[in-house]
Design a binder for this molecule. Structure first.
Ligand code: N01
Length: 505
């Protein structure tokens, strides 16, 4: 039963929602609820169950620093293992009492008169002083409007909503997209299907993958000497962070990695014509760099055909490629990504003055530290605008933001009517700085489009700097002003409190 009131409402029980829940409890805060629309926790790792789903960031880094897992079986873990890790956090940190699964949030509005968020969820409402949207940047699947799709008589599914009840064995399958998801499921389904058409609009840069099993001896070491795992985590972090030099500071250096990728392709693709079609026409790093040892070998199999360009049309039992050739199809799989910068959720969060996030953003999501927006008091978004990474672990960004949010919440003190809001000036300066830093990066100069770019052409997805700089900035909360709640005896007006002093942290 969802309570009618909680001090803090967290929306979403994926990586970020669980992380903030753990840290809230560790900070001694008990009056909070986590609302999750899915029947279980895990977020992206709950929903993405496609064959071959595996994290492309090493697990020692792609896990919470305060909840290490010495039991990872592979350096890059599979989906089931990551999901089990996240599910394990519930018991490990006593989150069950806070967690409400199967509860969809329809929207939330700031009620100025009552100084609270009214969250519409599960058919009722919850009032909260603080609202934390841990809704993830990649949770709304995109199915492109391919002409004629509604006529298709075969089976369709999106990679993030895999239909395990549909047997692909012996089927003629069209897979659309060549991003991080498709590159994992295409090799996994290729041996089973009769024919596989891979629709490639833009070729990805693909690197050799260094995944390997973690030995029993290593796991023993991590169990008995946690410091050893922290050391590995640090080394992985430093290795990933080194990519910032090429992505952000000196894109010219990325040519060396392009050579590695080309050699990787040559090793597996003998056909020069196919190699040419698979060679990207933009700078490496501009789109997400993809690791796979199976992608090219799968594309070279005789039952696979790469169709370049977007589909022209879908018919009842076939698809028509960009060149006008028709291919019979029993199923279409959409590896076509997510609404990363135009999530519908932003329409459902309404701040002071009745404006939604979407209305304020006008197609260009911006936030202070990816978390807070003027006009949205006591509201924090986790993994909001410009917190994405082209190179590292999102979990690092989550933890940085979570600590920031905890510090900000502490400034509210015990006053349940206190209101905290980011100063418009700090927010504007922060985003101007992001835009300036973005200039000259590989995402700006690399000659590609990607889901990081919003409807107005702004890169709203990525953090364009070292991640430790993000963390360092996130330690400060001086960009917020705090209004104390009305005096209990006066019943009206705001009482100036000590936290009103500017610059107080
Ligand atoms: O989605 P994407 P994804 N006709 O948006 C193509 C994370 N992730 O699900 O490049 C034809 O990257 C589109 O083509 P183009 C990770 O952050 C992480 O693969 O736009 N094609 C592209 O090829 C990742 O970045 C892991 O020209 C169409 C593809 O669909 C993010 O999720 C694993 C099309 C979409 O690629 C999203 O990855 C998997 C059309 N009409 C995913 N419309 C980890 O391991 C779109 N495309 C952590």
């Amino acid at each position: 039963m969802v309570p009618a009131r909680a001090r803090i409402v967290v929306i979403g029980a994926g990586f970020s929602g669980l992380a903030v829940a753990v840290r809230l409890r560790q900070a001694g805060i008990r009056d909070f609820v986590v609302l999750e629309q899915a029947p279980g926790v895990g977020g992206a790792w709950h929903h993405n169950t496609y064959p071959g789903c595996r994290c492309d960031i090493p697990s020692h880094l792609y896990s919470l620093s305060f909840a290490p897992n010495p039991q990872w079986t592979h350096t890059y873990s599979g989906q089931a293992e990551i999901r089990a890790y996240l599910e394990g956090l519930v018991e490990r940190f006593g989150l069950a009492a806070h967690l409400h699964t199967g509860v969809a949030v329809d929207g939330a509005a700031w009620i100025e008169a009552e100084r609270c968020w009214r969250v519409r969820a599960g058919g009722g409402t919850v009032d909260a002083q603080v609202l934390i949207a841990a809704t993830g940047p990649l949770h709304e699947p995109v199915v492109p409007a391919v002409p004629g799709l509604e006529r298709f008589a075969g089976h369709t599914m999106h990679s993030a909503r895999w239909d395990h009840g549909y047997d692909l064995t012996g089927k003629r399958v069209v897979s659309i997209g060549t991003g991080a998801s498709a590159i994992q499921y295409v090799p996994a389904i290729q041996p089973r299907v009769e024919r596989l058409y891979v629709v490639q609009r833009t070729a990805p840069w693909v690197m050799p993958h260094r995944n390997r099993a973690i030995s029993d001896r290593e796991r023993w070491l991590y169990r008995h000497l946690p410091f050893a795992q922290r050391l590995v985590r640090g080394a992985v972090y430093a290795g990933r962070e080194a990519l910032v030099v090429g992505f952000v500071k000196r894109p010219g250096l990325l040519g060396r990695l392009e050579a590695v990728s080309r050699a990787h392709m040559r090793r597996h693709i003998a056909d020069a014509g196919l190699r040419e079609r698979l060679t990207p026409d933009y700078a490496l790093g501009c789109k997400r760099l993809l690791p796979s040892n199976e992608w090219y070998p799968a594309l070279a199999r005789p039952n696979v055909e790469v169709l370049t360009g977007a589909l022209r049309e879908v018919r009842r039992h076939s698809v028509v490629d960009a060149g006008g050739v028709e291919h019979p199809a029993d199923a279409i799989i959409f590896g076509t990504g997510f609404r990363a910068t135009d999530a519908r959720f932003s329409e459902a969060v309404v701040g002071r003055g009745g404006l939604s996030l979407a209305a304020v953003w006008q197609g260009s999501p911006t936030a202070y530290l990816g978390a807070s927006v003027p006009g949205f008091p006591n509201f924090f978004k986790l993994l909001g605008p410009n917190t994405g990474l082209g190179h590292g672990s999102m979990v690092y960004m989550i933890e940085s933001q979570v600590e920031h949010v905890l510090r900000a919440i502490r400034r509210l003190g015990a006053d349940e009517r206190a209101v905290l809001e980011v100063e418009p000036g700090a927010y504007d300066r922060y985003n101007a700085e992001i835009d300036a830093r973005m200039r000259g990066t590989v995402w700006d100069t690399g000659g590609c489009t990607s889901f990081y770019i919003d409807a107005n052409g702004r890169n709203a997805g990525l953090w364009p700097d070292w991640t430790w700089r993000f963390r360092r900035r996130a330690r400060a909360t001086g960009a917020y002003t705090v209004r104390a709640g009305p005096h209990p005896l006066s019943g009206v007006g705001a009482r100036p409190g000590p936290s009103d002093r500017p610059g107080r942290r």
